[in-house]
Each structure stands twice: as structure tokens, then as C-alpha cells.
Design a protein around this ligand. Structure first.
Ligand code: NAD
Length: 303
């Protein structure tokens, strides 16, 4: 087992650091928030006074921070501090350009670095069932993989540095557009007189089937239990979907890619967040699309 520095112990990082400690690693944790640090200590990590203190002697450094600017700032302070054998693993969702830039900063000091953003929310972070999409050289991937396996159920090598972030934002752009389309289909079906459950029974085994339909149905009382059944509380916050869509739009602009569906999804999530709904689950956008008249078949009414 290894000494691991973990920086960023928020909603996601808290559970991930706890899983590394549970796997037997000596986890030196740091967060700007004393509360987050105290939770990590309760979960078996050793709190450090600073990011620099956390990384001293570490064989791996894991970061789980809000955005690219935070990662760049933390890397700027730590790359000169860690041993050349240390592997740097950034699990935050950030823009592709910053992911490549921080990797180059690490290379300049002879360090190996990977970007390893995750799919799966807070529950998966706590349960150790995240999926990691990893960008980095083959040897860096091989060194990061055992640590990521202790925090997730799947670790996939996407390509060189930045490829993990590219995979993450393309996946979430697809998810955002797919969710909006799924909501629209349910709303139109209802206007045409179709019962939502009947439409689900048909579309979920037809060519309109998708994850947004069968695993994350936006209609209460239809399909498996989802945030729709909890008044769109919990789940994947619309604000985080919007963050990922903005990153996708920025990447598309930089790459000269045409993404009309992604762009429309971004506009719709901007509008949804502007209604003060950023903290609710992203499937709740069905209420805005249905002019705030949600489809209502509550599970309890039905059962
Ligand atoms: P969060 O805001 O709960 O946690 C971020 C933590 O970083 C906070 O505790 C903050 O105090 C800490 N922090 C900020 N700057 C710091 C610094 N300089 N040094 C040390 N600590 C610092 O965010 P989160 O929900 O845990 O998300 C983290 C990342 O994971 C984001 O990039 C997010 O997009 C991504 N993500 C989140 C989810 C989710 O469901 N929450 C899912 C997938 C990916």
C-alpha cells in the first residue's frame, strides 16, 4: 500500500479519499474547508495543513477540484515539491486545454500525470463504483490504474493527456441532449393522448431507447426509481450538467466542431439554471419544457 495525497475533499473527493483509506493506503488529505477535512479524518485519512504538506513523500497525488483554475493553481504549487517518481492523477472535470497544460507542467519536472475524470455521482463516489476515463501515456496509465481501481468499478484508457476530459465532455454532451429529447418525447406523447407508462413500455424496447429513458426516466412513477420520484432532488445537479455542456461548447469552438444539438441543450440548461433550478436533478428540466406542468403519475398513486 502507498502514501497518497488527496486534495479536494468535497461531495465527490470525500468518498473517494475514504475508499483509498479503506483499501489500506496512507492517505494524506487536504481541503481549504475545515469541515471537509474533519470528515476525511473521520473516514480514516490523515489531515494535512496544506497541499504542500499533503504531497510530501507521496507516491501518488489525487486531485478532485471544482474547475481548471483550481487544478492549475494547485499543480503550480506542488509540481516542484513532489518526488520524480510520483504519479499525478487529476479526477476533476476540467477543460481539455487546461488538462493538457497541467500535464505539460508536470512533464517539464519529469513527472507523470493523467487526467481521470469520472462518470457516476456522489453515491458512486461513496460506494467506490465510479467509472474513470483516463488520458495519459501508457506507463502513466499503468501507474495510475491501481489507485483508480480502489475508487471505481471501471478504469478505461481513453488516449493521451486530455483524452479523458474529451471523453467525459462528449459523453455528457450526449447525455444532456439525450435527456432533453427524452423529456420532449414524453411531453409530446402525453399531448397526443398516450399514457406515459405505455409510452415507456414501448420506447424502452424500441429504437428510441436510451439511458435517459430506461435508467433515469424523467417522469415520476415510470421506470425504475429515479430523482423524478423524489421531486428531482439529489442525483446529478443541473448546474453540473450545465458546467459540462459549457466545457463541451468551449472544446467544440476550439476544435471547429459543429454541435447543434449540444448547443441547444446548453441553451436549455442555461435557461433552467436561470430559473433557480441549478441545484435540482438535471432530469427536472422536463418541468420547464412542459411549461412547469410536470407529468404526474406518482409511484404511490399507481401502486
Ligand atoms: P465540491 O465543490 O463539493 O468539492 C470541491 C472541493 O475542493 C471543496 O471541498 C473545496 O473546498 C475544495 N477546494 C477548492 N479549491 C481548493 C484548493 N485550492 N485546495 C484544496 N481544496 C480545494 O465539488 P464536487 O461535487 O466534489 O466535484 C468535484 C469535481 O468532480 C468537479 O470538477 C465536478 O465537475 C466533478 N464531478 C462531480 C460530480 C457530482 O455529482 N458532484 C459528478 C462527476 C464529476
Amino acid at each position: 500500500m502507498a502514501r497518497v495525497a488527496f486534495i479536494g475533499l468535497g461531495n465527490m473527493g470525500g468518498g473517494m479519499a475514504a475508499n483509498l483509506a479503506r483499501a489500506g493506503h496512507d492517505v494524506r488529505a487536504f481541503d481549504l474547508s475545515p469541515e471537509a477535512l474533519a470528515r476525511a479524518e473521520q473516514a480514516g485519512c490523515l489531515p494535512a495543513d496544506s497541499a504542500q504538506a499533503a504531497v510530501d513523500g507521496a507516491e501518488a497525488v489525487v486531485t478532485m477540484l471544482p474547475a481548471g483554475a483550481h487544478v492549475e493553481a494547485v499543480y503550480g504549487n506542488l509540481v516542484g515539491r513532489v518526488a520524480p517518481t510520483t504519479i499525478l492523477i487529476d479526477c476533476s472535470t476540467i477543460d481539455v486545454a487546461t488538462a493538457k497544460r497541467v500535464a505539460e507542467t508536470a512533464w517539464a519536472k519529469g513527472l507523470a500525470a493523467v487526467d481521470a475524470p469520472v462518470s457516476g455521482g456522489i453515491a458512486a463516489a461513496n460506494a467506490g463504483t465510479l467509472t474513470f476515463m483516463v488520458g495519459g501515456a501508457d506507463d502513466a496509465f499503468a501507474r495510475a490504474e491501481p489507485y483508480l481501481s480502489d475508487m471505481g468499478k471501471a478504469v478505461i484508457h481513453a488516449g493521451g493527456n486530455g483524452a479523458g476530459q474529451a471523453a467525459k465532455i462528449c459523453n455528457n454532451m450526449l447525455l444532456g441532449a439525450e435527456m432533453v429529447a427524452t423529456c420532449e418525447a414524453f411531453l409530446l406523447a402525453e399531448k397526443l393522448g398516450l399514457d406515459p407508462q405505455r409510452f415507456y413500455d414501448i420506447a424502452s424496447v424500441s429504437s428510441g431507447q436510451s439511458w435517459s429513458m430506461t435508467s433515469y426516466c424523467p417522469v415520476p412513477g415510470v421506470g425504475p426509481e429515479t430523482p423524478a420520484d423524489r421531486d428531482y432532488q439529489g442525483g446529478f445537479a443541473a448546474a453540473l450538467m450545465l458546467k459540462d455542456l459549457r466545457l463541451a461548447m468551449e472544446a467544440a469552438r476550439g476544435a471547429g466542431a459543429t454541435v447543434p444539438m449540444g448547443a441547444r441543450a446548453a441553451e436549455l440548461y442555461e435557461a433552467y439554471a436561470a430559473e433557480g433550478q441549478g441545484g435540482t436533478d438535471f432530469s427536472g428540466i422536463i418541468r420547464m419544457l412542459g411549461a412547469n406542468r410536470p407529468l404526474t403519475r406518482s409511484r404511490t398513486e399507481e401502486e
